[in-house]
Design a protein around this ligand. Structure first.
Ligand SMILES: C[S@@+](CC[C@H](N)C(=O)[O-])C[C@H]1O[C@@H](n2cnc3c(N)ncnc32)[C@H](O)[C@@H]1O
Length: 234
């Protein structure tokens, strides 16, 4: 099912073309603001210093880049990548006071950057949208410096059956909320299906290992509604 959804050429991009204008607003509505806490957890897990540079892929409107720069106060250039021009232009507008962000329109499967460039690679709620997860992971590995770290924040599989039931029922409301807040239901029907069809925590670890990452681990947040996966290029 995941492949069916993703192989429709341009389908995923079409989804984000329809939501980029109100993407941030809808994120807050859908997650009741909790996505901010999850993203802060990602940065805390990274624990970056001023000397570390970052590539944030599937950056959307740049939330991770902003948190990273606020946290590190680094003068180094960081790189935010997304194939959707609307998302990138919203991000530029939102973060126009941050002068050390390079914005690149590209997909995770083909990053137009040199090998061994970054200390950190992050991807937040983006991996499940890629056409080819394995290719995205091998690109992540390629662009990281030896000693660099990969971090992925993504929807995952809930560990507790009661919470799973509550969440499944809540999920049914999300397209309705999308309809009310931004006048679009279909992109949020895609969102729910893409979450259901995404790999589980252990399967993602296996894919990371197949793509050469070492010391791979994950941490569940909110009972596994999302998880953060980590791996190293050693
Ligand atoms: C749910 S948004 C996440 C945005 C942001 N990272 C966040 O956490 O708020 C998913 C993003 O993935 C992007 N995307 C879709 N296909 C992609 C691909 N093949 N490679 C990289 N990003 C992709 C979309 O354009 C969209 O901006």
């Amino acid at each position: 099912m995941q492949q069916n959804l993703q192989n429709k050429k341009g389908f995923v991009q079409g989804v984000f073309d329809r939501v980029f204008n109100k993407y941030d607003l809808m994120n807050d509505f859908m997650s009741l603001g909790i996505h901010r806490i999850w993203k802060k957890n990602l940065i805390n897990m990274m624990n970056p210093t001023q000397k570390n540079n970052l590539i944030d892929v599937a950056c959307g409107t740049g939330d991770i880049g902003k948190l990273y720069l606020d946290n590190t106060m680094t003068n180094l250039q960081i790189t935010c990548v997304d194939p959707n021009k609307g998302m990138i232009s919203k991000g530029r507008e939102k973060l126009n006071k941050y002068k050390n962000i390079e914005w690149i329109v590209a997909s995770a499967e083909k990053l137009p950057v040199l090998n061994n460039t970054f200390d950190f690679y992050s991807i937040s709620f983006g991996l499940r949208n890629t056409k080819d997860i394995s290719k995205a992971l091998s690109e992540a590995y390629r662009v990281l410096k030896p000693g660099g770290r990969f971090l992925c924040l993504e929807f995952s599989k809930i560990q507790n059956s009661n919470l799973d039931l509550i969440y499944r029922n809540y999920s049914k409301l999300i397209p309705l909320i999308g309809g009310i807040v931004i006048g679009e239901r279909e992109p949020y029907e895609y969102l729910i299906k893409s979450i259901e069809n995404f790999v589980n925590q252990k399967e993602l670890i296996s894919l990371m290992e197949e793509n050469n990452f070492k010391n791979c681990s994950y941490r569940n947040l909110s009972g596994g509604i999302v998880s953060i996966h980590s791996g190293w290029k050693i």
